[in-house]
Design a protein around this ligand. Structure first.
Ligand SMILES: [Zn+2]
Length: 244
């Protein structure tokens, strides 16, 4: 497999570059989520405006209905007032007078209801105006911020791609078998697939390593795996500068 202290250090360097790539990827993943949140904000503002509009329409419809009811009451009052001159008996006169009083009272009640509905229309218009202003502000904000986020994403992608080329070049200098073992461990979720021995312990899972194992790690003739967490172990050396 061509395992030496040097190839092990190269693998460690690849892992450092993979960590940078992972970090860039994480930032790239954040951008679409932020854009979606801005768009959701826009939808909320739009819904608020539509709600206010619907309320105004509802109030206007009710106002028309009430106005028709009022007109009907006024018509009844006119009709009965005319009839007052035509009745022959006192009882009939009184009955008509009673009807007129009732129609007047009902009309007055309807007028009050119309005023309330008109207040509803006014407040609906105020809400609609403020919702429209909110929507405009949200649109300006979203336009500006989405533009920035898209620019940021493009920059991150460029950085990511450049870093990926550097990493791939470094990975090419590591024996393929070692790369396969390393990549396999990373695919299974162990992003720190190769870890230094820390004193007598695995620096990842902290298990105490057998002295013979530490000697094998120091020799670097073969890959030594932590018995507990299965990570590749290495003896920390003065860091090899990562290719740039
Ligand atoms: Zn371990």
């Amino acid at each position: 497999m061509g395992i030496t202290k040097d190839t092990i250090q190269r693998l460690v360097a690849v892992q450092q570059q993979d960590a940078i790539i992972d970090g860039l990827q994480k930032e790239m993943d954040r951008v679409p989520r932020e854009i979606a949140a801005l768009q959701a904000g826009l939808e909320t503002a739009k819904a608020k405006q539509a709600e206010a509009k619907a309320r105004i329409i509802g109030c206007e419809k009710k106002k028309k209905e009430k106005e028709l009811e009022l007109a009907a009451k006024e018509e009844a009052i006119r009709k009965h007032t005319t009839e007052l001159n035509q009745v022959k008996t006192n009882d009939a006169f009184k009955a008509l007078q009673h009807e007129i009083e009732q129609a007047k009272a009902a009309g007055s009640q309807i007028e009050t209801e119309i005023l309330e509905v008109m207040e509803g229309i006014d407040s609906g218009r105020r809400e609609e105006k403020s919702a429209a202003a909110e929507l405009k502000a949200a649109e300006d904000k979203a336009k500006n911020e989405i533009g920035n986020l898209e620019k940021e994403l493009a920059e991150l992608k460029a950085k990511h791609d450049a870093q990926k080329s550097v990493r791939d070049a470094a990975a090419a200098s590591v024996p393929p078998d070692m790369m396969r073992i390393y990549s396999h461990a990373r695919m299974r979720g162990k992003l720190d697939a190769i870890v230094p021995v820390d004193g007598g312990n695995c620096s990842a899972c902290r298990i105490n390593l057998a002295p013979q194992m530490i000697i094998e790690v120091a020799k670097a003739k073969t890959l030594v795996f932590c018995e507990s967490c299965q990570r590749i172990l290495y003896k920390p050396e003065p860091a090899v500068k990562a290719a740039e």
